[in-house]
Design a protein around this ligand. Structure first.
Ligand code: XMP
Length: 341
């Protein structure tokens, strides 16, 4: 089983003459509804309260990605976030909900036809997620249903049979996830994406563990139609939270949604009874969200040009080569970057 650092993508003959002309358009195929959602770039934001905001959703919309409204707030606040973002009613937007609040949250948010409803639970191959999907299929039959997190083909087959359309893949892969450390459970992310994308071609979002455009390229070549970004966007201007100055350097908070900090501040649990599977971190300030995303997209365009693709079409035909840790040492840039941090 492999994850991003275990492989490289093998270059292929290319007729791409300029990387600027490489298209990043993507489609998310809704398995149950049988329709596709088209986007200009294969990027969505994590449903995390230190990432998702009205302004971040606006920027993603302007660049052609898929904005996600986090759920660590009331449905009225989610609606305000959407309204404040100014995204038009005919553009797809993801509404994150939980398996505990859906009967209230979805009607109170009152989703328009452009809203994709996303069930957001640490282990979606489970009875509470099943009940949620079944309720949504009954009460909101025309809305695409996204589900996650999952990491196996069995989970894809079952959640698809319940009625899910789009699958968010990644258990414990996220940069502030401690699930694998606390529970010993998880699937290396590259193979999780490969396996799930084979089970639901065109309908997988790779969620977690993507640190740069190279990781995202690997996820797309593995069959993901989009990548979900938390850490890459954390610390940029459009994310919520204030800038902190420590020893002359600027930082922003980035916290896992299953961190003790979230549990204690947003739920009734006291610190001793929390099921803690997330970390609370400070990430360096990265400047304009738009610049970070545009640089990320340039990396993807370049990556596609190396494998002879002028769009995402056919990129899954590229091959992965397994590498050893020596390969990472081969280019000294890693040492240089490590010294800069
Ligand atoms: P990155 O690597 O982009 O990952 O920071 C973002 C994804 O991490 C997941 N997530 C969590 N997973 N405990 C977990 O095990 C947590 O507290 C937690 N918070 C977020 C989520 O899938 C997100 O999109």
């Amino acid at each position: 089983m492999r994850t991003f650092d275990d492989v490289l993508i093998k270059p292929r003959y290319s007729e791409v003459e300029t990387r600027d002309n490489v298209s990043l358009e993507t489609e998310l195929k809704c398995q149950r509804l049988g329709r596709t959602i088209k986007l200009r770039i294969p990027i969505c934001n994590a449903a995390m309260d230190t990432v998702s905001s009205a302004q971040l959703c606006r920027t993603l919309y302007e660049l052609g990605g898929l904005p996600v409204l986090h759920r660590n707030c009331t449905p009225e606040q989610q609606r305000e976030m959407l309204e404040e973002s100014g995204i038009p009613d005919d553009y797809p937007v993801v509404l994150s909900i939980s398996v505990n609040d859906y009967t209230e949250r979805v009607p109170r948010f009152n989703p328009g036809p452009n809203i994709i409803i996303s069930i957001d639970i640490a282990h979606a191959h489970s009875i509470k997620a099943k009940r949620t999907v079944e309720w949504l299929v009954e009460h909101y039959p025309d809305h695409p249903i996204m589900i996650g997190s999952i990491a196996t083909k069995e989970a894809v087959y079952d959640t698809k049979a319940w009625g899910a359309d789009i699958f968010r893949v990644g258990i414990g892969a996220g940069s502030v996830c401690t699930t694998r450390i606390v529970t010993g459970v998880g699937v290396p992310q590259l193979d999780a994406v490969l396996e799930c994308a084979q089970a639901a071609p065109g309908s997988v979002i790779a969620d977690g563990g993507i640190r740069n455009s190279g990781d995202a390229m690997k996820a797309l070549v593995a069959g993901a139609s989009m990548v979900m970004l938390g850490n890459v966007l954390a610390g940029t201007d459009d994310t919520p939270g204030t800038l902190l100055e420590i020893s002359g350097n600027l930082y922003k908070q980035y916290r896992g949604m299953a961190s003790k900090d979230v549990a204690v501040s947003l739920t009734a649990r006291d610190a001793q009874s929390v099921y803690e599977e997330g970390a609370d971190a400070l990430v360096p300030y990265k400047g304009a969200t738009r610049d970070v995303l545009q640089s990320f997209c340039r990396g993807l365009r370049s990556g596609l040009s190396y494998i002879g693709c002028s769009s995402l079409d056919g990129c899954t035909q590229a091959e992965f080569i397994d590498i050893t840790p020596n390969v990472t040492r081969e280019n000294g840039v890693h040492d240089v970057l490590a010294r800069q941090q």
